[in-house]
Design a binder for this molecule. Sequence first.
Ligand code: ADP
Length: 473
Amino acid sequence: MKEFIFEGSKDAILATDLKGIISYCNPSACELLGYSEEELLGSNYNLLTSESDNISFTQAKDYILFNQELQPHPSSVKTKQGKLETVIVQYSAVKDNAGNLLGLSAFLRKPNLFEKTASNAQALLETAPDSMIIVNDKGQIVFTNYQTENMFGYTSQELLGNKIEILIPDEYKNHIGHRDKYIENHRPRSMGQGSELFAKAKSGKKIPVEISLSPLETKDGLFVSAAIRDITDRKKIENRLATSNQELQVKNKDLEQFAFISSHDLQEPLKTVMGFVPLLKKEYSDVIDENGKMYINFIEEAVSRMSESVNSLLEYSRIGRNAEAGLINTNELVKNVLKDLGGRIDDSSAKIKVDDLPKIIGFETEIRLVFQNLLTNAMKFMEKDITANISISCNKTREFFEFIVKDNGIGIKEQFKEKIFVIFQRLHNRKNYSGSGIGLAHCRKIVELHGGKIWVESEEGKGSSFKFTIPRK
Ligand code: ADP
């Protein structure tokens, strides 16, 4: 009767002696594996196992020898055709009446839908790009994936059953306390927010890592899964970026210093030329003919333009030097700028509307210069015979104040919207619109000094909105 039960079972059943030699197989086993009974009997069970098995036959035998229970678990067997069949396998001890271990039996069956999903989930964990480790509520490692072996240099077997602290550098002595606290008050979160985290490889090497923790409540108790990402490469890039940034800052300072010194030194010879040209005109007027006088006028104009440029360059390189940040009431500040520009506003009969503006933290003289430049431009770059309508407003976001100076002037072509912020770049000749092309370069330097951005939105012929942000913190 017993024999018929085994023989008729849909499960594949095999039995081996302690050396793994197959001593019994039922028809379902032959069907599943593709071997005949004669081929299986007397063969070693290793014939059917694959290297990817998470518990090998020898390990199963050892577990059972030490009276440990082995739960049914997903595994695979190799058929005669070399195909790997996914199965749920349960190994059990075969004992005689006196309790002596004679061998092992293996019940193999195809996984049901739920088990397939579970093994898919495990396969997902296996192929995850991060090291995935699951620990129980005592901090013992119960699962590791392939990437864990790769990252830490331990095999899964070396890690399973060990405390998680095996992967934590010695200086984090407090980890056990943190672990217990997490178990008590568990929720998904990343670990060590704001601080640098390191894990320890088998070689003792410290690996910079990012860790996310998720609790897994199961009917067998609480488990915690940790996704550990090796951020060595990212750290290298961050360090390289920080170094380049520092180098850039030093180079920028050097450049500013250079502009400052050269423009300062250029002023001296310029002053000399500017001093002698009028003398030449006055004292030698009777010896210089009309052509000569015209040339001298050209020289005078050119020198005066050069002096303007040198002065602008000097001012540009001075921006931010010795500036001290403070609280600025931009309502007051804009009111004062308008007062200073009073004459010019009257001449152009511009209408200027100012919304309620906020208090900001910044460099007052510099911010004043920004409004002064933007307002002067808004009045200047107008079609003749059109009344300038200018508005100043501010939008608030969580991080920034965004100021807007809007006009109904000549507007700017799309392709020039970047160029106008570059020092000495102008779009018009001086006869039509006066200027030196430094105002917006000043504005950009000042806004960036505050950690903000400046840009223009414009439609040619309709007007422009110059916008700049100042961080709120
Ligand atoms: P400047 O005003 O001395 O020429 P800026 O740096 O202030 O120098 O401006 C650079 C150029 O940008 C100007 O020459 C002009 O062509 C353009 N621009 C600036 N503001 C406006 C504006 N509100 N409307 C149209 N074009 C403008």
